[in-house]
Design a binder for this molecule. Structure first.
Ligand code: BDR
Ligand code: CA
Length: 320
C-alpha cells in the first residue's frame, strides 16, 4: 500500500465497469481500498454479484465490496440491458460465482464516508455509474468532498450528444439530481470523462479482438462476458457503417485510466459544469459554463484529448 495511489471505486458493474475494475487491479501503482456498488446498468444485486465475479476472475477477493443504493434519488431508472445483458455482465452465468454473502455488511455510503475519513486527502474516488451513492455520501457527511484527494467521473456530455436520451448520457440521465449535487456541491478537483470524449477515443474492433484473445485467464473471462456485446458489434456494423459506436468503447475505462495515470489525458477544458434538471428534452444533460456565468468557484477538468497509446497499454495490462 505504501507509495501507491489509493482508489475507491463506485460502480454499477456492467461490462465496461468490469473492464475499468480490471484495469485498476492490473495497475502496479494502485491500491484499491474498496468497491461500492450502485444500481444502474443492472439491478443493485446484479451489480454486486458482478463485482464479486470480477474479483474472483482477478484472484482479488480480499478487496471489500459494499452494497449501496438500489435506485436513483427520485426513483427513475433506465434500461441498458441491450448492451450489458440483463444481468449486466453479458448473460453468461457462472454457476460457481461467489454469492452475495461475500459482501460486507456495512452500507456502501457509510463505507465511503468511513474510508475517505480514515484516509483524508489521500483517496481518488472513481465513479463509474449513476452518482447516487456519491451524492448520498456528501449528504451523510457534508465534508465528504473536502476529504477526497480528487474525483474521477464517467458521465455527462459536453456537446449535447446523448446515448439514452437525445441529450442525456446514461449515468447522468439515470440520476440527474445526484449528478447535480456532485457537480455543484463538491469542492475537490473533479475530472470528467464525458460520453463524447469516450466516443472520440474509441478503439478499433481489431484491438478488441487481439485484447480478448490474449490467452490469459482474465482475457478468457473478458471474451466470455463480452460475447453478447460482440453480437451487438456485428449488429452495429451491419446497421450503420458510419454509426458513432462502430468501434469498441470501454467508457468507464477512460475515467479509470486517468485516475491511474494522469498523463493519459493530454488536454482538458477547464470550466465549471452543471446538469440540466428540468428540460423536457435536455434533463440530465451536462452543461459547460465556459463563460463562467454561473460564478462557481470549482472548475472541473473536462477531458478533451487522450494519449491513446498509453490508454491501450493500460487496457492490455488489465488482462495480463
Ligand atoms: C455509462 O453508462 C453505462 O452504460 C456504462 O457502464 C457507463 O458508465 C456510459 O454512458
Ligand atoms: Ca458504468
Amino acid at each position: 500500500m505504501a507509495g501507491k495511489k489509493l482508489l475507491l471505486v463506485d460502480c454499477d458493474c456492467g461490462l465496461d465497469d468490469a473492464q475499468a475494475l480490471m484495469m485498476a487491479l492490473g495497475a502496479p501503482n494502485v491500491h484499491v481500498l474498496g468497491i461500492t456498488c450502485c444500481h444502474g446498468n443492472t439491478s443493485l444485486d446484479n451489480a454486486c454479484r458482478n463485482v464479486l465475479r470480477v474479483l474472483k476472475a482477478c484472484k482479488r477477493t480480499e478487496i471489500p465490496v459494499f452494497r449501496g443504493t438500489s435506485s436513483s434519488l427520485l426513483g427513475q431508472c433506465l434500461d441498458s440491458s441491450a448492451y450489458h445483458g440483463k444481468d449486466g455482465l453479458g448473460d453468461v452465468p457462472d454457476p460457481s460465482a461467489p454469492g452475495l454473502e461475500h459482501l460486507q455488511s456495512e452500507h456502501a455510503v457509510n463505507a465511503m464516508v468511513r474510508i475517505v475519513t480514515e484516509h483524508t486527502g489521500q483517496i481518488s474516488l472513481v465513479a463509474l455509474g449513476p452518482l447516487t451513492n456519491v451524492a448520498m455520501a456528501s449528504k451523510m457527511d457534508p465534508t465528504f468532498s473536502t476529504k477526497l484527494k480528487d474525483l474521477y467521473v464517467m458521465g455527462g456530455n459536453m456537446e449535447a450528444v446523448g446515448n439514452v436520451t437525445v441529450c442525456g448520457e446514461f449515468n447522468f440521465a439515470t440520476d440527474p439530481e445526484a449528478a447535480s449535487i456532485v457537480l455543484n456541491q463538491f469542492s475537490c478537483p473533479t475530472y470528467i470523462a464525458t460520453w463524447e470524449y469516450t466516443l472520440r477515443h474509441q478503439l478499433p474492433w481489431k484491438f478488441f479482438e487481439e485484447w480478448v484473445n490474449l490467452g490469459t485467464e482474465k482475457a478468457c473471462f473478458m471474451k466470455t462476458i463480452t460475447r453478447h456485446s460482440g453480437k451487438y458489434k456485428t449488429v452495429m456494423q451491419n446497421e450503420a457503417e458510419s454509426h458513432l459506436e462502430s468501434a469498441f468503447n470501454s467508457c468507464d475505462s477512460y475515467a479509470m485510466a486517468t485516475a491511474i495515470d494522469a498523463s493519459v489525458v493530454t488536454e482538458y477544458i477547464r470550466c465549471s459544469v452543471s446538469v440540466e434538471l428540468q428540460g423536457l428534452l435536455t434533463r440530465g444533460m451536462m452543461v459547460l459554463d465556459s463563460q463562467n456565468l454561473l460564478g462557481k468557484e470549482n472548475h472541473a477538468f473536462v477531458m478533451k484529448k487522450c494519449d491513446i497509446e498509453k490508454f491501450k497499454r493500460l487496457m492490455m495490462a488489465a488482462l495480463q
